[in-house]
Ligand binder design. Sequence first.
Ligand code: FVH
Length: 294
Amino acid sequence: MMRASIDSGTAVTVLGLGAMGRALAVALVEGGHPTTVWNRSPGRTEGLPEGAAVAATAGDAVSASPLVVTCLLDHAAVHEVLDPVADRLAGRALVNVTTTTPTQASELAAWAAECGGDYLDGGIMATPDMIGNRGATILYSGAVGVLDDHRALLDLWGESSYFGPDAGVASLWDLALLSGMYLMFAGFLHGAAMVGSEGVPAQEFAVRATSFLGAMTGAFAGIADVLDTADYAGEGHQSLEFSDLGDLLQASRDQGVSTELIAPVQALIERQIAAGHGHEAFERIYEEIRSSPT
Ligand code: FVH
């Protein structure tokens, strides 16, 4: 059974006032929560909305609230800030929205437990300007009690989605989604370079790419069916042979554009064709991706 949220007016501390930490802190202040902030470099605290209390030290900031949010550069920075004040974490809830690997998130959960604190890991699927607006989603895993107790507060940032008690899982989802994003953006850059070689402005390419790539995302569910059933030989698929990227590679070379991004995909396709799967679906390269030892 869900516990009732007890966070109306809960005091909260935000450690780290980079672009994202600042956006989170602003949303909390505007949401009416007594908010204490701390940042390693003092300049970052300027211009915060009235009501944000600036702590002189990280230790003071942690002691100020039962709920502590870390939004720092990386896993190492979280330890650098929290290790010296570990004794103050006992009885507090730590929500870490710093990007970490799943292993790092699990390590932080175990470390927080040793300190006597509850740990909830968060993966922010948004840019700072999206915080508090529609479209921002935060993926959480770890101590569900922290989410249950503070859901209304956490929802001030965006939609909260919970992925279970293993603290590393939210991070796995976060990084998996970012993999898709970076590869899509890299693909966009490759295409922009191809038409750019003929003097087409990237803005012009962006208009077509937005429309085409947006429409292509409609294929995800069908692709996922193929992956989930491992039925690569079913009817109606696009075969590996048909998916050969030879023309794409040649056109890139002809235009003086690097093939470094596309060549690895072609290598996966060619290996599957060489293994006798040429008539099977393009999705079969998934078998190589998921079993790679690297
Ligand atoms: N910005 C974004 O769009 C993304 C969206 C998805 C999630 N990420 C992650 O959020 C973490 C913080 O990102 P950020 O955008 O706030 O990053 P910066 O603006 O670069 O600020 C970094 C803050 O971290 C502090 N910091 C760095 N190293 C240390 C350290 N060793 N000890 C103490 N603090 C440290 C830095 O402080 P300072 O340089 O001002 O003194 C900033 O407060 C991040 O994990 C993203 O992946 C954001």
